[in-house]
Design a protein around this ligand. Structure first.
Ligand code: NAP
Length: 317
């Protein structure tokens, strides 16, 4: 560590930003290749996996709780000497081939940066959503489902998350109504079948939620039928919103490595167009966002980090 300006510089080979499945796998591969690797994460290691009740499509486990799988990933990631630090990354700077990753405590300096910052749930941006957030409006069934015992809940969306979390919520709620803007779900067939069989779940099709109403807590939603344009008030006590994801890529927004929606563009080796910067997992432009795909991404990036550093050693600038 060398002191410069007011923040100490920490020199490593690889900085991984984000400790979800992709970031942790990248750290495992990089550190096992003897690269000095640090993983920076502002929250709990595991990312979105921590908010998943049961994972049943990760090979090797018939069913495992999200937090348990996250813990296993973390143990594996640290097995070969990678360091983990709970820090919020404030900025990223390029100095030739060298990447500076700035946190509130340090400036990490490395030839390789692996961006594994994931994504976050999209908001509906409708009246009442912010006001009643935490008072019946939620984006995390695993975190908040417990508080809705014997209640009537609404889930907005038609993808894997809406259907899976809707099913999860039936263990607490009396009734879960899934409101979807089309007449067909986007979710995997196996989840659809489970939802259709579940007596506590019903559907409102071709409809959007226009407003969330309530004083101290959620009392109803205003629904618009897109076929008839009819709007009406529908009583419920909680609203879980699962309408897709937005990339957490603002840290690299100035580097021109994303598409117009902010997803980071990589090739199949997880390389961005900037040498030495890789992206893995949900933040990447990809057609499938799964734990298994993030793990695959991470193994590529960790391996390619080694290759890239070898190239630098062979051709010093
Ligand atoms: P998603 O697959 O993008 O689905 C979003 C859903 O919300 C779609 O049904 C979409 O409708 C609807 N929607 C989007 N914007 C809307 C709006 N403004 N108002 C109303 N509805 C809106 O997102 P996700 O379900 O969060 O899943 C994200 C990723 O994680 C996916 O790749 C998914 O496969 C993966 N995932 C996998 C699992 C699993 O494997 N068990 C579990 C959870 C998530 P349309 O269908 O009309 O577009």
């Amino acid at each position: 560590m060398t002191e410069k300006n007011e923040k100490p510089f920490v020199e490593v080979d690889v900085v991984v930003v984000g400790a979800g499945p992709g970031g942790m796998t990248a750290a495992l591969y990089a550190s096992r290749a003897n690269l000095k690797t640090v993983v920076l994460e502002k929250g709990l290691p595991g990312g979105e996996v921590n908010n998943t009740a049961d994972v049943e499509n990760y090979p090797g486990y018939a069913k495992i709780s999200g937090p348990e799988l996250a813990h296993k990933f973390f143990e594996s990631a640290m097995e070969f000497g990678a360091q983990h630090s709970m820090e919020n990354v404030l900025g990223i700077e390029l100095h030739g081939n060298v990447k500076h990753v700035i946190t509130s405590k340090y400036i990490y300096v490395a030839p390789v940066l692996i961006v594994a910052t994931g994504s976050q749930h999209r908001k509906l941006n409708i009246p009442g959503e912010d006001l009643l957030s935490g008072k019946g409006v939620s984006y995390c069934a695993v975190c908040d489902g417990f508080f809705f015992r014997n209640r009537h809940l609404v889930v907005v969306g038609g993808g894997d998350s809406a259907v899976e979390e809707g099913i999860y919520l039936t263990q607490f709620a009396d009734k879960v109504t899934i409101i979807h803007r089309r007449d067909q779900l986007r979710a995997q067939k196996i989840l659809q079948e489970r939802a259709f069989k579940n007596e506590k779940i019903d559907f409102i099709w071709n409809s959007t939620v226009e407003e969330i109403n309530g004083d101290q807590s959620v009392e109803s939603v205003t629904i618009k039928n897109l076929k008839t344009d009819e709007t009406y008030t529908y009583p419920c006590e909680g609203v879980f919103i699962y309408i897709g994801l937005n990339p957490n890529s603002s840290l690299v927004g100035h580097l021109d490595i994303t598409d117009e929606e902010g997803w980071i563009i990589t090739n199949e080796k997880m390389e961005t167009k900037i040498p030495g910067i890789f992206a893995v997992g949900d933040v990447r432009q990809t057609h499938l966002r799964q734990i298994a795909t993030a793990v695959g991404d991470g193994s590529h990036a960790g391996h390619m980090a080694y290759q890239y550093i070898q190239t630098l050693a062979d051709h010093p600038s």
